[in-house]
Design a protein around this ligand. Structure first.
Ligand SMILES: Cc1cc2nc3c(=O)[nH]c(=O)nc-3n(C[C@H](O)[C@H](O)[C@H](O)COP(=O)(O)OP(=O)(O)OC[C@H]3O[C@@H](n4cnc5c(N)ncnc54)[C@H](O)[C@@H]3O)c2cc1C
Length: 433
């Protein structure tokens, strides 16, 4: 056990060197690692407890976008109708598996209640705050830990095949401009000029110029190595199974490898947030949304720009000769089942937008999947809980966990330090439902 001392500010300090309190982070996904990054900068003694070995979770095989352009939450007008329309198609990009399950029913009720224009208007500025903060911070992180995760700052194309879709994206572009983002509205010829090597089948696109992309798997590996170098402890292949409570505080986490004591505890367990929160007596509405991706290692004539294919509801990210295609949102509970037909649907969408792209259909054994943590209103949970003094929750980032990771890490650190936060946090409250 470590010795605890108090300084005259009332802040607990451990006697391990000149470090401040001991902070335990549960969950070593991109959110957990970014919390560790900002906490170690403030001299906290940080331990990350992770059930796996940090090489294949949701934070690894995703598309790697940092997207300030994604300020519209998933729960938005039309999404329910779209979900119902797609539900019966096995290749569909959005799917809610009907099943008798109380937590799904409660989540679906809140999702439905939030899928309206007023809630989107209310929530978009809060999403925008963290997205823009993160977009600035990723440049600082790159400068700090090294330019080794294939970051490119060329923006992201929102490709539209139909005029109706393009008109909608032009309206989104106008909203983006109100948030201070830079956009370019492109007709068919102008989009083709950006991709001169590959024949396209689109009506037009919007280029969101502030977006950038990274290789998320590399980022995770490089960041973990950097953190280890800075003294962050990693307890891998270690599963949290409970907590040791003292009135309204936690004194230790209990794991399958023993007990770990700390002063502050951060729960960043992605799709597994409700289960871990329940161990603390906290109820959170959250469902996992499965997505798939497939990576081609050698594409001779590759695309030059990352792109989201609007009507195809899927995405593409190039890194040199490497190409990743991915998408789908399958609300089917926590399971590792892969439905190859969904990946086939993504491949077919890609081929219909980029008929000139020479790629083979995905082989089943190389399909990657990840579980996005999806809240009912499209905003993450970030903050302390009223019930327990020394626990901070950080999760539920859904489709934009990469894009919001540095901002979340910084804000969580400010919360731990009991400082005024860089952005207004009330919309991310744990107790908002
Ligand atoms: C196909 C796809 C494409 C995507 N593309 C993008 C994109 O381009 N840009 C973007 O911003 N976002 C994207 N996302 C979303 C993004 O990947 C997620 O939002 C993000 O990875 C979530 O990070 P996390 O740290 O909250 O969760 P996770 O990465 O799931 O990490 C949580 C960790 O907690 C661990 N854990 C759980 N329970 C316990 C326990 N009891 N004890 C110990 N450890 C535990 C888990 O093992 C896991 O490693 C995409 C997702 C998918 C599926």
């Amino acid at each position: 056990m470590k010795d605890i001392v108090y300084d005259n500010t009332g802040i607990q300090n451990s006697t391990e060197g000149n470090k401040k309190s001991a902070v335990i982070i549960i969950g070593g996904g991109i959110i957990g690692l970014n919390c560790a990054y900002y906490l170690q900068k403030e001299e906290y003694a940080v331990t990350v407890i992770e059930r796996s070995d940090i090489t294949h979770g949701c934070s690894f095989g995703n598309m790697g976008y940092f997207s300030p352009s994604h300020f519209i939450p998933l729960a938005s007008p039309g999404i329910i109708a779209e979900g119902l329309r797609y539900m019966l198609r096995s290749t569909s990009p959005f799917y809610i598996k009907p099943r008798l399950n109380r937590s799904l029913a409660e989540w679906a009720y809140h999702f439905w209640k939030n899928s309206n224009a007023n809630t989107v208007l209310k929530n978009a500025p809060h999403l925008n705050n963290i997205l823009q903060l993160s977009r600035q911070l990723i440049n600082d992180i790159r400068d700090d830990i090294g330019d080794t995760f294939l970051m490119e700052e060329k923006g992201c194309l929102m490709m539209c095949r139909e005029q109706k879709g393009l008109d909608h994206e032009f309206r989104v572009a106008a909203d983006a401009e109100k948030f201070g983002l830079t956009v370019e509205r492109l007709n068919k010829r102008e989009v083709q000029a950006l991709e001169p090597d590959i024949e396209l089948n689109v009506t037009g696109a919007v280029l969101f110029k502030d977006d950038c992309h990274i290789n998320p798997g590399r980022f995770m590996i490089v960041l973990k190595k950097y953190l280890e170098g800075k003294g962050v402890q990693f307890k891998l292949n270690t599963t949290v199974t409970g907590f040791e409570k003292q009135i309204n505080k936690i004194s230790a986490v209990i794991t399958d490898k023993g007990k770990f004591e700390g002063d502050e505890f951060i729960v960043a367990t992605g799709s597994w947030l409700p289960g871990v929160a329940k161990m603390l007596g906290i109820k959170l509405f959250l469902q996992s949304g499965k997505g798939y991706s497939y990576t081609y290692d050698q594409v001779q004539k590759n695309i030059r720009y990352p792109a989201i294919l609007k009507e195809g509801r899927c995405a593409m990210t190039p890194w040199g000769h490497q190409l990743r295609i991915g998408g789908t949102m399958e609300i089917s509970g926590i399971n590792e089942r892969i439905l190859p037909k969904r990946m086939k649907g993504i491949y077919e969408s890609v081929k219909s937008f980029y008929p000139g792209l020479q790629i083979d259909p995905p082989s089943i054994d190389k399909i990657w999947h990840g579980l996005r943590p999806v809240t009912p209103d499209g905003l993450p949970y970030i903050g302390r809980t009223k019930k327990i003094e020394n626990v901070v929750i950080a999760g539920g980032h859904a489709m934009v966990g990469v894009s919001m990771a540095p901002g979340t890490g910084k804000l969580v650190t400010e919360i731990i330090e009991r400082k005024k936060t860089t952005v207004d946090m009330h919309a991310f409250s744990i107790e908002r439902f």
